[in-house]
Design a protein around this ligand. Structure first.
Ligand SMILES: N[C@@H](CCC(=O)N[C@@H](CS)C(=O)NCC(=O)O)C(=O)O
Length: 223
């Protein structure tokens, strides 16, 4: 069988989710990087929204990270979803919540004005309060969304926590998880996993900061 090919943009958190899944599932895959500022014709032909990630499987093309990850999960057992349909549905819903956090994070880093950025920061913190209230208690200094083991939903959050960590490394004032004890353990647990660590190229932390600065956002001026 031909290897699946993931079409990526280096800094994209949605692509990163799929890379984490491919690494967790030990799938033999290829990755092709494109520049979103200069999308190639062949890419525009296969990506209906003009967005990454796209997964090419033989003659088939899959898009939307959640769908790609469900496909990878179903075709590379054991599944990282809970078996119980209610739990599975809840995990899917909370993965959507992670997508909303990624949108807030993008808005927070790209906002031109302080007021707009701080509004986005508040939206992140209010989502953190909700998450903190539903997360189980950590055990032995570790925590995944559902407790002791990793699920697909965790892979939806890891890129968000990683970007927050890039910001924190640059300046401690962006350490938004520090006030949330369970979230902090969850973030640390995810960021310590080899599949998460290896899901971005080594230059990504620096390029992430450079990307924010290049957009002349309020935060960019502070980094
Ligand atoms: N809902 C999509 C979101 C993907 C997305 O927004 N990708 C961004 C890059 S991180 C993109 O390709 N944007 C197209 C553009 O910038 O023109 C998913 O989960 O796959």
């Amino acid at each position: 069988m031909t290897k699946p090919t993931l079409i990526s943009f280096k800094l994209c958190p949605y692509v990163q989710r799929s890379v984490i899944n491919l690494l967790e599932k030990k799938v033999d895959y290829e990755i092709k990087y494109i520049d979103l500022a200069n999308k190639p014709e062949w890419f525009l032909k296969i990506s209906p929204f003009g967005r990454v990630p796209v997964l090419v499987v033989g003659d088939d093309v899959l898009f939307e990270s959640a769908v790609i990850n469900e496909y990878l999960d179903e075709t590379n057992l054991p599944s990282l979803h809970p078996k119980d349909p209610i739990q599975k549905a809840k995990h899917r819903a909370w993965a959507e919540f992670a997508s909303a956090l990624l949108v807030d994070q993008y808005g927070f880093t790209m906002a031109k004005e302080e007021k707009e950025a701080l509004k986005k920061k508040e939206e992140i913190l209010s989502k953190f309060r909700i998450l903190e209230s539903i997360l189980p208690e950590p055990k032995n200094g570790k925590l995944f969304f559902a407790g002791e083991s990793m699920h697909l939903v965790d892979t939806a959050y890891a890129p968000f926590f990683m970007r927050l960590d890039f910001l924190k490394q640059k300046d401690g004032q962006w350490d938004l998880v520090s006030g949330f004890s369970k979230l902090k353990v969850w973030s640390d647990t995810l960021l310590s996993l080899p599949s998460v660590k290896n899901s971005v190229l080594p230059e990504v932390p620096e390029e992430y900061i450079a990307f924010i600065k290049a957009h002349h956002s309020w935060m960019g001026g502070k980094l």
